[in-house]
Ligand binder design. Structure first.
Ligand SMILES: *[C@@H]1O[C@H](CO)[C@@H](O)[C@H](O)[C@H]1NC(C)=O
Ligand SMILES: *[C@@H]1O[C@H](CO)[C@@H](O)[C@H](O)[C@H]1NC(C)=O
Ligand SMILES: *[C@@H]1O[C@H](CO)[C@@H](O)[C@H](O)[C@H]1NC(C)=O
Ligand SMILES: *[C@@H]1O[C@H](CO)[C@@H](O)[C@H](O)[C@H]1NC(C)=O
Length: 373
């Protein structure tokens, strides 16, 4: 691991809160951590929704752009999915990643976890040099040098495209997501002045809660071409991830006209932090940081979970909105990532609204369990 002191440089306009952007601007994140304060932003500005929220990526800071795709369930139970993350993180920023890649070669990494319809998993890691971000309106775009890979966001967040292009590693192609739901912060809609902090020291916000998506990749000579649901969010913090979270349940899904995004997290210190988002026919029914409860059920449903908790059969998700109560169950088809402190799942989402059955749907979710036994 090389260590230098190079700071992030804002090449054109300043990008922090309070500035109305009249043109796009570039931000370069070097491949080595900054030795100093990250200068982390916690309140939303008038623009630049998906921009980096740390001015610098120091040793403990992280900003990452996450994209996923999940195939709707067919009768056979097959379910393809993919999760792609573009990281900028200091060595001690996102510690779960450090566990997976102990040598920690760069601040700027891309990971892709592919699940074939039959459940076979493949993972890819791209190590980048500097990462160049362009912010235009609310959207962010990025090139990760040396990887031939990038993402591009529309200024109004209506579309994101992710392209991975590494024949050497055996993956080329793109994921295109067309949004069906408005962006939001943990406690409210995409507006200036929102609190972006989810738990003390860690922020989260969601550019595309759900959208039509097309995944077209060639992976080790096999076609991975599917249509399904897509999603994009962004996490960040100034201190190490494990100094903020003890556990976290997050997920998203769609049942008929209803789109749901859930977070039920435990912070270091034991406080509970929530976010509930429900959209019907493109209209936000709720975007709030209360009135939701997410708990594991079935096998391995110990709560709070620890690093030795196995995968639960599924999660009960209860959300109270002004119009009534959503009672949902997410039950996994596949465990699509399995690390000591982190699991990801895809499966079915079923349930009722005020006691009436909703159409069966599809979901993708994860659990972080950072509390040692
Ligand atoms: C990085 O910056 C954050 C402020 O955003 C600060 O809390 C943290 O202590 C800094 N980390 C290091 C290693 O300097
Ligand atoms: C699952 O599908 C992939 C991709 O088509 C294939 O390479 C793999 O051999 C299959 N695995 C099993 C167990 O059938
Ligand atoms: C990424 O690189 C391509 C090709 O050099 C360029 O056209 C595009 O504008 C770059 N995007 C960003 C966000 O820097
Ligand atoms: C519960 O955890 C055990 C041990 O990790 C595992 O073998 C089992 O498959 C898990 N149950 C489910 C439903 O995944």
């Amino acid at each position: 691991m090389a260590l230098n002191i190079i700071s992030l440089s804002a090449l054109s306009l300043p990008f922090f809160a309070g500035q109305v952007l009249s043109q796009s601007q570039q931000i370069i994140i070097p491949p080595v951590p900054y030795l100093g304060d990250a200068d982390t932003q916690w309140i939303s500005g008038p623009s630049g929704f998906d921009a980096p929220k740390n001015r610098h990526i120091n040793w403990t800071a992280y900003d990452w752009w996450y994209f996923d795709f999940v195939q709707e369930l067919s009768g056979s139970g097959d379910q393809a999915s993919i999760a792609i993350t573009f990281y900028t993180t200091g060595t001690d920023g996102f510690d779960a990643l450090q566990e997976a890649f102990p040598l920690y070669p760069s601040t700027n990494l891309i990971t892709a976890d592919v699940t074939w319809p039959n459940g076979t998993l493949e993972s890819f890691l791209f190590v980048a040099g500097e990462a160049t971000f362009t912010i235009d309106g609310d959207g962010a775009s990025a090139n990760y040098s040396g990887t031939n890979s990038w993402f591009e966001g529309a200024p109004d967040l209506s579309q994101y495209t992710v392209e991975l292009n590494s024949p050497e590693k055996g993956i080329t192609g793109s994921l295109v997501i067309n949004s069906d739901a408005p962006a939001h912060y943990p406690c409210g809609p995409n507006e200036e002045g929102q609190n972006i902090q989810l738990v003390p020291g860690a922020g989260w916000f969601n550019a595309i809660p759900d959208g039509d998506a097309e995944a077209n990749f060639e992976i080790h000579g096999h076609e991975f071409n599917f249509r399904g649901r897509g999603y994009h969010d962004h996490n960040y913090g100034g201190q190490s991830f494990s100094d903020s979270f003890l556990a976290s349940y997050w997920g998203h899904g769609r049942l008929g006209d209803y789109i749901v995004v859930w977070v039920d997290a435990l912070a270091v210190g034991g406080t509970n932090h929530l976010s509930a988002y429900v959209v019907k026919d493109g209209e936000i029914l709720t975007a709030q940081c209360e009135s939701i409860r997410v708990r594991p059920y079935g096998d391995n449903s110990t709560y709070p979970p620890t690093t030795t908790s196995g995968s639960p059969t599924g999660y009960d998700i209860q959300i109270t909105i002004p119009e009534g109560k959503l009672e949902l169950k997410a039950e996994y088809t596949y465990v699509t990532a399995s690390h000591r402190v982190y699991h990801r799942y895809t499966g079915s989402l079923t349930g009722t609204f005020n006691g009436e059955a909703l159409p069966d749907g599809v979901a993708l979710w994860e659990q972080f369990t950072l509390q040692e036994e």
